[in-house]
Ligand binder design. Structure first.
Ligand SMILES: [Zn+2]
Ligand SMILES: [Zn+2]
Length: 307
């Protein structure tokens, strides 16, 4: 995960800014996790061809935010770790710059969000719009604010999907309800299964983080198994959202193994000269061909917005 972060310039810049302001502040905690992660990323950026190092940020993970989970000291799923890292950054920033959502959706979602520099980089708002085909009723849209986009995977092993097509499908129109689990047009005509939902992106940051929902819980085996769906990891995403600017792939985290409970993570990262490297724990990063990165079994993908 840190290898991926080290290849995201907006995130690095933001952490360097924090470190510089901390140097001028005598009251700044010497055990600040943001300063630790800034140090880690600086080392990884300089030393991509050198042997790995010991991360002070990871050594202190008991002090991370729980990110909505509750197993801080334990081994974490890569996506859990990502959400905890981001949440930890939010929490450190929030005492000074925590604000209410300054927009018209405050009534819809009264939750306080942390408008932190890190949220400005990765934060993503989707506006869920529901429409009834029968009576045209539209309930008030719901705004979901997240640190990442989660993409569901179709459960087929034959077709080749792509990140771009999965993203567009997610944003497209979806029929709500089924025979067994009907959706009712509650404040409109009262009919079942007449409504559709689409998601419109109203905000995306300089970095777009995507989690592929690759794991499916198997009740018999009581563990989360990996779906074998084939996905091409697009280098460029189709333009979407308010900026309509393209996003380019910067890093991929791959899970190796059959279930979520076991296995190993590796990362593929791209440098500024479009060279790809495979990063595997403390081994020296290896040059890697882009065409092979595109076929990797991605679990998380990090895209950077081009301007
Ligand atoms: Zn600090
Ligand atoms: Zn209706």
């Amino acid at each position: 995960m840190l290898f991926s972060f080290s290849k995201l310039p907006p995130l690095r810049r933001c952490l360097i800014d924090h470190q510089q302001s901390a140097q001028d502040d005598d009251s700044h905690s010497p055990e600040c996790l943001l300063c630790y992660i800034a140090d880690d990323l600086a080392k990884l950026t300089q030393g991509i061809s050198k042997p790995a190092f010991h991360s002070r940020f990871i050594q202190n993970r008991r002090d991370w935010s729980d990110g909505g989970f509750s197993n801080n000291g334990e081994q974490q799923d890569a996506n859990e770790a990502f959400l905890k890292i981001v949440d930890t950054c939010h929490e450190i920033y929030s005492p000074t710059i925590r604000t209410l959502i300054p927009s018209d959706d405050r009534d819809q979602n009264p939750a306080v969000v942390y408008e932190t520099p890190v949220w400005h980089i990765v934060g993503f708002i989707g506006r869920d719009e529901i429409t009834c085909k029968n009576c045209d009723h539209k309930p008030l849209p719901y705004h979901s604010k997240r640190n990442e986009v989660q993409l569901a995977l179709p459960e087929d092993e034959n077709d080749l999907h792509s990140i771009g097509s999965l993203l567009m499908a997610q944003l497209g129109e979806e029929n709500l309800g089924s025979e067994n689990n009907p959706d009712i047009c509650a404040d409109g005509c009262g009919q079942a299964n007449q409504r559709t939902k689409s998601i419109r992106i109203t905000r995306s940051g300089e970095v777009l983080v995507i989690q592929l929902l690759r794991f499916k819980y198997n009740n018999t085996k009581t563990c989360a198994e990996k779906l074998e769906t084939k996905v091409n990891n697009d280098v460029l995403l189709p333009c979407f959202g308010p900026s309509m600017l393209p996003y380019k792939l910067r890093a991929v985290v791959e899970h190796q193994g059959l279930t979520l409970n076991c296995g190993h993570y590796i990362a593929y990262v791209r440098d500024n000269n479009d060279r790809w490297y495979l990063c595997n724990d403390s081994a020296k990063p290896l040059r890697y061909e882009e065409r092979d990165v595109l076929k990797a079994e991605a679990y998380m993908l990090f895209y950077e917005r081009l301007s």
